[in-house]
Design a protein around this ligand. Structure first.
Ligand code: AKG
Length: 292
């Protein structure tokens, strides 16, 4: 039997998301976590976090530094931190393993264990079950949602950041490496919201200008009681339609909520917007998902 059933497909189409249990074994989750632990052991903390900034001009440079660091991260493995984890001297105020918000955006390309999961038979089976003909991998992230300080992710649609023509070509796969619950910051969705288009786009600004990106349109104000929680057990995956509205709360619990997530795009008859922050590079064109 397929890992993803016809009922799952129907639910994904109706709601814009679906939770599938058992994509990974507990051991596979632990191996991914262990590898991330090693990556963090060896991380180079980016210069813009380490440098002491004293004047307004310095602060501007810092902002420029962090924006450059982000916008060129599509084909690299880079580190993004929670707010308030560095002191004025650029030293960690918390243990470094507890300081990170996420690592992105090319784990799927450069880290063999992550690459293996991304191209696994079950993942390829999901894409085939959904009828994807020529899926490619756009980006990947490891998100920590640290205990006590893991920040809120406000309501958004992924197509705001990963825009295609036509819409409806992008899907996120969000794999829980630990149980994700309402206490430690699981995802929440507005079921069916993927059918109403997008309200906002993030676009690159003209070369040489700053900031490097800007928004067109605004995120709508969503009614709190229209969101439903999507808790998922360790090893499960949430499929996220590119236009479904979703969010996650801050993590004020004592449990972390590590996930590995990546986005795929149906490349057949799809135009990837040149205005997106993320662009394929010579170093890393978007790799095909199917290996056979
Ligand atoms: O992991 C989270 O808390 C939010 C992730 C998310 O919304 C996304 O990747 O689009």
């Amino acid at each position: 039997m397929d890992f993803m059933t016809d009922r799952d497909v129907q639910k994904y189409k109706e709601d814009g998301f679906v939770v599938l249990d058992g994509l990974l074994s507990s051991q596979e989750c632990d191996e991914l976590r262990q590898r991330m632990n090693e990556i963090v052991d060896q991380m180079d903390v980016p210069e813009h976090c380490r440098t002491t900034f004293t004047t307004y001009h310095d602060e501007q440079l810092k902002t420029q530094g962090s924006a450059d660091y982000f916008i060129t991260s599509g084909d690299k493995i880079r580190f993004f931190f929670e707010k308030g984890v560095f002191d004025d001297q650029g030293e960690f105020k918390v243990p470094k393993h507890l300081s990170l918000n996420k690592v992105g955006h090319a784990l799927h390309a450069y880290e063999p264990l992550y690459k293996k999961v991304t191209h696994s038979a079950k993942v390829q089976g999901i894409a085939k079950k959904l009828g994807l003909v020529s899926p490619v991998i756009l980006q990947s992230m490891y998100i920590f949602k640290q205990p006590g300080i893991g920040g809120e992710v406000t309501a958004h649609q992924d197509a705001t950041f990963l825009h295609t023509e036509p819409l409806g070509r992008v899907m996120g796969l969000w794999i829980a490496l630990e149980d994700a619950t309402v206490n430690n910051g699981c995802l929440w969705f507005i079921p069916g919201s993927h059918r109403s288009g997008i309200s906002r786009r993030m676009v690159r600004t003209p070369k040489g200008s700053f900031p490097l990106t800007d928004f067109i349109g605004r995120e709508q104000a969503y009614q709190e009681d229209t969101f439903v929680a999507a808790p998922v057990q360790k090893g499960g995956v949430v499929l996220i339609h590119g236009e479904v509205v979703h969010r996650s709360a801050e993590n004020i619990s004592e449990e972390s909520r590590h996930v590995y997530t990546f986005h795929v795009m149906e490349a057949l008859d799809t135009r990837w917007s040149p205005d997106n922050w993320l662009q394929p590079t010579e170093e890393l064109p978007f790799p095909p998902l199917y290996t056979k």
